[in-house]
Design a protein around this ligand. Structure first.
Ligand SMILES: Nc1ncnc2c1ncn2[C@@H]1O[C@H](COP(=O)(O)OP(=O)(O)OP(=O)(O)O)[C@@H](O)[C@H]1O
Length: 637
């Protein structure tokens, strides 16, 4: 939230783009019609009606009280008595309407709250998914916004609660306004001191609430750490490691520490100071200023019983213009998701928002969509990295530094190098998750930045090192390789067979429909190697639908020796006609490639076939011998 506060003062979104500056409640009010214009309109009408009933009730009580003295001795069948009965009847009707309004308003606001929660999630998801590149999503500021938009800030309440509380707040405020108006029955000046005193007091306390809300949200980096540690303990993914390494107590302790640090400012209660006491004194003085002359006028008979009763109720009613404690607190804390969602919804909008750079001026190519290269967009000749320089935003040193690399179309290239050499980064740049800071990447001479990222990506099928294990059906896991295409049973079966995933599917209780997670009914967990085959099948399904560049980042990492050997046997079949990039530390895998590049210091240090590189006796040859010696040693042991 500190990021938000800074962004507010600079007129920029914490998420990067320019957005309107909106306090939580204002942002919430703007979102409501988006959630449902019909329900918002209906709710506004109900709230206005409800607000009108409050002064009507006050007046009806006054009218009844005013008729009671005349009817006291005359009996109910007298004209005065009938007047009392009529006044009572009207009062009862207004009261009944007042009582009935509550459930109607509650029902309408609950329906609107449901819609709003969906709208906030939709805006957040769309905004987060919009940037074509990954850069706009990196960093703690977006992480803070995401947490707030999901209602996971500390002490934050579900956004729907703001909608259910808001009508009550508005009704109470309007009742305060009408109470102030009724005081005009006594004197034109009577509302002024009470309204001023309550409004000043209310604003003061409201500011203090906002400060507390802002300060607690400002610590979200620490609170996110706490949240992360808690989720590690409570969610299944880390259960094995936590037990094996005995991390349980460490997690509990560090969670507690992060939580307490993060919430310290929130926990610190505000003490009453001189300003508070002055406000209180002003409030007492304002009441005295009105009540004393009101009582005197009533005692002198200058004010009728009915008017006196109405005015006394009205004096008490003006308190609704002041601080409404829990109600305001609830709304402020629940509405915090609204500005965060609005800011996230702006992600990726405007120049540079995609996180990808436009084509440099003078490059000779238009920045708009260009005619796709031959073979439906896949390279017919080569993909080239030309003097590519790239640095991650939070890093000082470049990860790639004047990297020159050629991948001839239809051939396979292996990237090797030490941990952190930049192999995966090369893949990310090729998939345009990031763009180079300098240099360019071309496909048959066309700069990738001249191609719409989405259509370029259709030509690429990737099995990332940390590929996703979707907790969905096996079919969906594979179909996601070409999600826009109509599901094609033959293509699915062919991709599964080529990836060696058919045996995995045969073993599933419900075949293709089995959810690959025990968290879902009928679901099951599968092994790391089996997941790798499913991920490979996903990439091959993309190939079945036209992708011509296949990227395999550590394709054999989870495979057993037999499965690895099988992959080698099938390698030519799997990659035939494709431009293939292999990233691996396993030289047995690497040597299958037509050419091998050894990355070091952000550029290509050695390049050639396996035999050429061995003959050169450089880093590749030394790494290969080391691995071979280790494996031989293991075999002899
Ligand atoms: N999102 C990121 N933000 C900041 N730095 C990153 C990010 N991703 C990678 N890096 C850094 O960039 C460098 C290259 O990482 P990369 O993942 O490309 O290496 P790699 O050669 O694939 O490594 P490995 O063999 O360990 O998989 C590393 O120093 C890494 O810490």
């Amino acid at each position: 939230m500190r990021g938000l506060a800074r962004a507010r003062s600079s007129g920029k979104s914490a998420a990067g783009g320019p957005v309107s500056d909106a306090a939580p409640v204002t942002a919430l009010l703007r979102l409501l019609p988006t959630a449902s214009a019909r329900l918002t309109g209906g709710l506004a009408a109900l709230v206005l009606l409800d607000a009108a009933l409050a002064p009507a009730l006050t007046v009806a009580i006054g009218a009844l009280a005013g008729r009671l003295p005349a009817a006291a001795g005359a009996g109910l069948d007298s004209a005065a008595g009938r007047g009392v009965l009529t006044a009572f009847g009207v009062l009862a009707l207004i009261y009944l309407a007042n009582v009935l309004m509550d459930p109607v308003i509650a029902g309408t606001s609950t329906r609107l709250a449901r819609r709003l929660a969906a709208t906030v999630s939709r805006m957040t998801m769309r905004g987060t998914l919009r940037p074509a590149g990954q850069a706009p999503l990196d960093g703690p500021r977006v992480a803070d916004l995401l947490m707030l938009a999901q209602g996971r800030g500390t002490g934050q309440l579900p956004v729907g609660l703001a909608v259910t509380a808001l009508p009550r707040l508005i009704a109470v405020r309007l009742a305060g306004v009408s109470a102030a108006g009724l005081l005009l029955l006594f004197a034109w000046w009577a509302p002024i001191p009470l309204v001023v005193a309550w409004v000043v007091m209310g604003r003061r306390q409201d500011r203090a609430t906002r400060r507390a809300a802002d300060s607690h949200a400002g610590t979200t980096t620490e609170l996110r750490r706490a949240e992360y540690l808690r989720s590690l303990a409570l969610e299944g993914a880390a259960a094995k490691e936590i037990r094996v390494f005995g991390l349980g107590e460490w997690l509990v302790e560090h969670f507690t520490r992060a939580w307490l640090t993060g919430t310290r400012e929130l926990a610190g209660r505000r003490r009453a100071d001189v300003g508070d006491l002055a406000c209180l004194a002003g409030l007492i003085a304002a009441h005295a200023l009105v009540l004393v002359p009101l009582t005197v006028a009533a005692a002198r008979g200058d004010l009728s019983v009915a008017r006196t009763t109405i005015c006394l109720q009205a004096v008490l009613g003006t308190a609704s213009l002041g601080w409404l404690g829990d109600l305001q607190w609830t709304i402020t804390r629940a509405a915090a998701a609204a500005p965060a969602a609005r800011r996230l919804a702006e992600l990726g909008r405007g120049a540079g928002g995609s996180g990808l750079s436009p084509l440099p001026v003078g490059s000779g190519l238009s920045a708009g969509p260009v005619k796709a290269p031959a073979l439906g967009g896949a390279p017919a000749h080569a993909i080239r990295f030309e003097a590519v320089r790239f640095r991650y935003p939070d890093r000082h040193a470049p990860t790639l530094d004047r990297l020159d690399l050629t991948v001839p179309a239809g051939s396979s290239l292996a990237l090797v190098g030490d941990n952190g050499a930049g192999k995966t980064t090369v893949i990310k740049l090729l998939a345009r998750l990031y763009d180079p800071a300098a240099g360019r990447i071309t496909t048959d001479g066309t700069d990738l930045r001249a191609l719409p990222p989405d259509s370029w990506r259709r030509h690429i099928a990737v099995v990332f090192q940390d590929f996703l294990r979707y907790e969905l059906s096996a079919r969906d896991n594979i179909r996601f390789g070409a999600v826009d295409a109509a599901p094609d049973r033959h293509a699915l079966a062919s991709a599964a067979r080529r990836a060696g995933a058919d045996a995995v599917l045969d073993g599933l209780p419900d075949g293709w429909d089995t959810p690959l997670s025990r968290r879902f009914t009928g679901g099951t967990d599968i092994s790391g190697g089996q997941w790798q085959r499913i991920a490979l099948a996903r990439a091959l399904y993309a190939v079945e639908h036209g992708a011509r560049i296949l990227v395999l980042d550590e394709p054999t990492a989870h495979l057993d020796i037999r499965a690895e050997a099988e992959l080698y046997e099938q390698f030519l079949d799997l990659t035939r006609g494709l431009t293939t990039i292999l990233v691996s530390h396993r030289f047995a895998t690497v040597r299958l490639a037509d050419r091998i590049c050894f990355l070091d210091g952000g550029r290509v240090a050695e390049e050639g076939t396996h035999d050429e590189l061995l003959a050169a006796g450089g880093r590749y040859a030394r790494s290969f011998s080391l691995q071979a010696a280790t494996l031989t040693g293991e075999a002899h042991a």
